[in-house]
Each structure stands twice: as C-alpha cells, then as structure tokens.
Design a protein around this ligand. Structure first.
Ligand code: SF4
Length: 455
C-alpha cells in the first residue's frame, strides 16, 4: 500500500503566503448549516446515545456480525468475509465473472476506494463507473475523492465545466444544473447496461440483516436495483444492533454531514428481490487491528459524516489530496496507520494542530485529539516518524534530567544559549525557521534548588 503524505509539502502549503485558503469558505458554510440544523433537536443527548450504541456495537462486534450474517442469508443474500483489501477486491471480481458482468455501476463507497476497485476492475476488463456526481467527476479527472462526503469539493464549477468539455466532448458550461444534467444523461444508460451494481453501506442492522444506504442523489438506489446483481461492500464496523438504534444515527448523520435534517433517500435493502442476486462483502483491512487496540478502538465508532474535516484548520488549508490516501482529515490521520501500516503512514498523525475542534463537532463524540496523540506515539515508537534532531534533543534532555550535575549543566547551558541565541549567525536554517514564529521561554534567574537552599 502506498501513501503519499509529504509533511514538508504540507508545511510549505500551510505557510505559503500566496496559497489561497482553498476550502475555507465551503467548510465555513458546511459548519454553519450543521450548527443551524443541530439546534432543532436534543443534540447533546443524541451524541451521548450514539456514543453508547457504538461502544456497545464495537464491544459486541463478533455477536452482531454473526447475527447480521444469519439474517441476511435467511433473506436470500450471500455473505463473504475478507481480511484484506486485496482479498475483498478479488472476491468482488469473482462475483462479476461468475455473473458475466462487463460493467459495474457504483454508488458512493469509501471502502471501495480502499480496495482500489476501479483500477482492479479496469485491469480485469470490466468497466466501472461512479454514479455519485462528485465521484463521477473525480473519476473523470483521474483523482481520488478529497472529502469523505463531498469528493470533488476541491474543484470549482469552472474546473468541472472544462473537465466535461475535455472528457465528454460537450460544449463548455459552468452552470451547475446543466453540468448535473450532462452527467445524468450519461449515467442513465449505464445503469441499464451494467451487470453488477455496487453500493457501500452506512449501517448494517444485526436484528434484521438490513443494509442501510443513505444518500441524496438517488444514484445509490439505482445502482443497487437496476442491475441484476447487487454487491454491498461494507467495513465490519458498520453493524449496529437494532432499527431503533438506526433512528439515533439518521438524525445525526445528515445534520453533521450536509446540515440537512434528513437525507433525501434512506434505503433499506432486505435481501435480493425477483430472482436477483445480492452479496455482502465484509471487509476487515486493518479494522481488527484498531479493535485490538484499547485506545484506537474508539475510531471504529466513526459514521463517516465528514464533520471533523470541515472544522480542521489543516484540512481547510491543504485539502484532502495532501493526506495521500483514502481518508483525509483528523479521522484519516487516526485510522490510516492501522489500515496501511504504521511505517507506510509515516508522519500522517502529525497532520493536526490538536486544537480539539474535531472532537467538539464529532456526532459520536470520538476523542480525536487523544487518538491522534496515541497514533503519534505509535509512529515514533515504531520509527516511522523520527527526526534525528528531535531524537538528539530528547536524549540530551533525558541525560540532563537523570543526574543532579547534568541538570545543573543544562540550566547553565540554557541560560547562556538563551542570552546569545539571537546573535548567533551560524544557527541552522531549521532552528531559525522554528524561532521565527516562537520565542524561547526565559530561564528563571534562580532555580528551585537554589531557592530551596537559600530559604
Ligand atoms: S470522526 Fe466523527 S466527525 Fe469525523 S467523520 Fe467520523 S463521525 Fe464524523
């Protein structure tokens, strides 16, 4: 798995005076809509309840998954369990081949991005098409989604107009309605021609074996129902116990994601109908590693609403592409190391100011800053994010603190260093850059030890 997070590039983007705040106004609007929508309900009580339900679900995941499987099979569906993203993609291809599918229509699914499903299908001679408008746009552009629920948020309508002109050979327009109509007309026939329709799942209901898909465009419903075969690709953490629990999440999800009181469509898929086939591929791909970690486990409560991205000062400034893999923003920085490996994720957990805005907005009350610090510690312990300068400073500090003589010498050195640092022409560029926006704390004129001795 390759991830392309470049801490230095992100640093440069953040500090470049000429860089436009690309997402700031869109994000600000999203947050305003969310806040307006959440004042109309008992927001804090719902968040608390959602946290409890998710905590219960994750603690009882083994039982709930088995219950879901039993109910889903009883309704005529088939369940496949996969440990890795590769394995999940291979099972998906097997099903397509078994049904002779030459093309696949896809509803929006972040898990399918983990599987790199479009590339895998294309390589196997099967033509995939994204049907969510934002996903369709980024697929045409050959890019990754840059936001969990708004995949093309980094593009202007002029960008989309030029893209459609270039790729679809239509006259240029930047009118959003006209652009939507162009996409709609292109996609309509694809639903009818496809051999397989794929959807993700927002929730799996254990007591009934229901797959719940929440969306606004109607494309998820068409992708699921128009082709003769439906494949649901679902992360194992999506299962919750009951339909009553679902009501809690439906109130939170739309408000947190788009500021709507309710999403336009909430599909309940209850097994195949009319002789069609329905499969559910459960994907682990690092989730059991998160489950095994008593701290990181909380990240499995995530309902992928995107609210933590909208308020994150880093995400707002650098955009989703800078995070280098499928999940951007604070939640991405927390779960990616377990999904791609701590070493490959490198310094990603450091892409945060730890300001806490994400935790304040999260509808399931995930303590994201705490989880980010936990992931930072893992990445340092496993040597994925170590800086020789930082390591040297910390080990010198440890040495100085371990003996009285070392401590006295450190105090003396700090006094001298503090007094002369501004005059040193040879100070390294890195240290100069660090001190440009920070001032060194002044060393007290008397140490506690001296004060104690003299009293
Ligand atoms: S961590 Fe919370 S705020 Fe962020 S996407 Fe997940 S549920 Fe939404």
């Amino acid at each position: 798995m390759t991830i392309h997070f470049d801490r230095r590039q992100v640093h440069d983007d953040l500090h470049s005076p000429s860089a436009p705040p690309i997402l700031d106004s869109s994000m600000r609007r999203a947050v305003e809509h969310k806040h307006a929508a959440q004042t109309l309900i008992a927001w804090d009580e719902l968040r608390e309840r959602a946290h409890e339900i998710k905590a219960y679900s994750i603690e009882h995941l083994d039982e709930l998954l088995v219950r879901f499987e039993r109910e889903f099979i009883a309704r005529g569906g088939r369940v496949l369990w996969t440990q890795t993203a590769d394995e999940a993609a291979s099972r998906f291809l097997d099903i397509c081949r078994a049904h002779g599918a030459r093309s696949v229509v896809k509803g929006k699914s972040m898990v399918s991005e983990e599987l790199e499903l479009n590339a895998r299908l294309t390589a196997a001679g099967i033509d995939p098409v994204e049907t969510d408008l934002g996903e369709y746009i980024v697929q045409l552009a050959g890019e990754r989604p840059s936001h969990i629920i708004a995949p093309a948020i980094h593009m202007s309508r002029q960008d989309v107009g030029s893209l459609f002109e270039r790729k679809l050979k239509v006259d240029y327009t930047d009118d959003p309605e006209a652009l939507s109509e162009i996409a709609r007309l292109r996609l309509r026939q694809r639903y009818l021609d496809a051999g397989v329709g794929m959807t993700g799942a927002n929730f799996g209901i254990a007591e009934t074996g229901t797959v719940v898909v929440v969306e606004n465009e109607g494309n998820g419903g068409l992708s699921a129902q128009a082709p003769p075969v439906q494949i649901v690709v679902m992360g194992i953490e999506k299962v919750i116990p009951t339909l009553d629990d679902l009501i809690v999440f439906l109130q939170l999800l739309a408000r947190s994601g788009t500021g709507q009181k309710m999403s336009t469509y909430v599909h309940h898929f209850l097994g195949p109908v009319d002789g069609r086939a329905m499969y559910c591929i459960f994907v682990d791909a690092g989730r059991t590693d998160l489950l095994a970690d008593p701290v990181a486990r909380e990240s499995l409560y995530c309902i992928r609403c995107g609210a933590c991205l909208n308020v994150c000062p880093i995400y707002r400034r650098v955009g989703g592409g800078a995070y280098g893999w499928v999940y951007p923003g604070p939640i991405g920085s927390v779960i990616t190391p377990s999904m791609v490996g701590v070493e490959d994720a490198g310094e990603l957990p450091f892409a945060s100011t730890l300001c806490g805005a994400c935790a304040a907005e999260c509808p399931v009350k995930i303590d994201l800053p705490h989880l980010l610090v936990h992931e930072r510690s893992r990445s340092v312990d496993e040597g994925a994010a170590s800086s020789p300068l930082e390591n040297a400073a910390v080990s010198s500090w440890a040495r100085a603190m371990s003996s009285s003589r070392g401590y006295s010498f450190a105090v003396l050195a700090a006094r001298v260093g503090g007094a002369v640092s501004s005059m040193l022409p040879w100070i390294s560029p890195a240290a100069r850059a660090w001190s440009k926006e920070r001032s060194m704390p002044k060393v007290a004129s008397m140490t506690f030890k001296d004060w104690w001795r003299e009293r």
